[in-house]
Design a protein around this ligand. Structure first.
Ligand SMILES: [Zn+2]
Length: 132
């Protein structure tokens, strides 16, 4: 089992930009088509912006046209955790970083690849490491 990272809200606030803090610690959503990672063909790994855990691989990314980077699977089953989210009158599955609990986005069961999943993730929650 990986070590969990626990920080106070003040420590996260100090480490993150206001937008990163809002999305990852307050379960915010960046505006669509504003993120850095919607479309890129560069090979690499996306890490958690809060704790640097590797979460997603560019190979598993596809253009869902929704304005956020979308993946058909996480890097491994242990990278992320799923939670029931009934906020905003919807039934959705929230995705968080399993190491630090950062809110990343949601997963929907309508993906176009054989996994059938669409992990819709906020760019601001991710840090891309090219060539990994
Ligand atoms: Zn994390």
């Amino acid at each position: 089992m990986r070590k969990k990272i626990e920080k106070t809200e003040a420590e996260w606030r100090e480490q993150l930009t206001p937008e990163q803090y809002h999305v990852t610690r307050e379960k915010g959503t960046e505006r669509p088509f504003t993120g850095d990672y919607q479309v890129t063909d560069t090979v690499g790994i996306y890490h958690c912006v809060c704790c640097n855990a590797p979460l997603f691989e560019n190979e598993h990314k596809f253009d869902a046209g929704c304005g956020w980077p979308s993946f058909d699977r996480p890097l491994s089953g242990e990278s992320v955790e799923e939670h029931m989210d009934t906020s905003h009158g919807m039934h959705r599955t929230e995705i968080t970083c399993s190491r630090c609990g950062a809110h990343l986005g949601h997963v929907f069961p309508d993906g176009p690849t054989r996994t059938g999943n669409r992990f819709c993730i906020n760019s601001v929650a991710l840090n891309f490491h090219e060539g990994e």
